[in-house]
Write a protein that binds this ligand. Structure first.
Ligand SMILES: Nc1nc2c(ncn2[C@@H]2O[C@H](COP(=O)(O)OP(=O)(O)OP(=O)(O)O)[C@@H](O)[C@H]2O)c(=O)[nH]1
Ligand SMILES: [Mg+2]
Ligand SMILES: [Zn+2]
Length: 305
């Protein structure tokens, strides 16, 4: 039986030229709400790719084989480049306190990259069963000073999860990002107990994750809330427009917004004493300076183009 009406759907997984999509309005076909699609051949998206998180229109729905064709792509709100995911509302950066070891410079790079997306960013620390309560408090305090109210998790204390779950249900589409082996998929499996996606212990030899998750995939946790699990990776040094950087550090932009700090020069990068009124005695200032230095060459190159 074929149905030739158009329906709005959400891309949940992508492999080669195929897309798995979920109908946005689940009441349309009772239980049949997931379809395997290709893009209609006659459609030219002007070299636009379709990503997980995209809203598309499908037709030519075949209920028996659960196949359909994608006929158009809706305008997207944003697109994360690595990994490629569209229409994200929240980024959850996930790190373990041990196994693999917490690397502050790595956390900083992920934070800056996430902040540059212009969506809400949250920081989650997993495996808190492997450290003392004292160390945990120390980390909560440290990241508080970085401007983040962190969420700490511990497999042995599942009740820690409740607040996070309530929070995620308020968000439209949250993405879990972070290095391999930190427990992103473990967390998702706890949130969706029937799911049972593959997880794996970190390697004894290299003390790193084994890249267990291979694909970006979007999961529904309630009617209007989704979570995207992603393969772990290490964030390489970023090349950003240096004028943007002060806007990506809460320690800096909060001084400007909350305390009304202004410097003599409008585009002050807060590097020199002359006319700079920013309080620079915050922990991440050295990371900030390093980032400006490494982005400078990129910036001046672009100016010459
Ligand atoms: N001790 C402890 N181990 C945990 C915790 N959470 C996850 N793990 C373990 O960490 C290992 C890696 O977990 P995964 O969920 O596969 O990690 P991942 O972030 O999805 O890794 P990739 O898919 O490779 O990116 C597994 O052996 C988990 O059992 C925790 O709270 N405490
Ligand atoms: Mg995983
Ligand atoms: Zn300044």
């Amino acid at each position: 039986m074929k149905n030739n009406s158009k329906y709005l759907a959400l891309v949940t997984k992508k492999f080669n030229e195929y897309f798995l999509v979920d109908l946005k309005n689940k009441k349309n076909f009772g239980k049949s709400e997931r379809f395997l699609c290709k893009v209609r051949k006659s459609i030219n998206f002007k070299d636009q790719f379709i990503y997980v998180g995209d809203e598309v229109e499908i037709d030519n729905i075949d209920l028996s084989s659960k196949r359909a064709l994608i006929t158009s792509l809706k305008k997207r709100k944003n697109l994360l480049i690595r990994p490629s995911v569209a229409n994200i509302s929240n980024i959850y950066l996930i790190f373990s306190v041990k196994e693999p070891e917490l690397n502050l410079s790595q956390v900083n790079r992920f934070l800056i990259s996430a902040e540059s997306m212009g969506v809400e960013v949250s920081l989650v620390l997993t495996k808190c069963d492997l450290i003392s309560d004292q160390k945990r408090s120390f980390l909560i305090d440290k990241f508080g000073k970085w401007g983040y109210q962190i969420i700490t998790l511990n497999l042995e204390k599942p009740h820690y999860l409740k607040n996070l779950l309530d929070e995620l249900k308020q968000k439209k589409c949250s993405i879990f990002m972070g290095p391999s082996g930190v427990g992103k998929t473990t967390l998702l499996n706890k949130i969706l107990p029937g799911l049972d996606n593959n997880t794996a212990p970190v390697s004894n030899k290299i003390k790193r994750g084994k890249n267990t998750t291979r694909n970006v995939e979007l999961f529904s946790i309630s009617n209007q809330s989704y979570i995207v699990d992603t393969p772990g990776f290490n964030m390489q040094p970023l090349e950003l427009d240096i004028r943007l950087l002060p806007k990506l550090y809460p320690e800096i932009y909060k001084q400007v917004i909350d305390k009304g700090i202004t410097c003599k020069f409008r585009d002050c990068l807060h590097l020199n004493d002359e006319g700079c009124n920013l309080n620079r005695s915050f922990e991440r200032y050295s990371f900030y300076k390093e980032m400006i230095e490494s982005s400078k060459s990129h910036y001046y190159q672009n100016q010459e183009d």
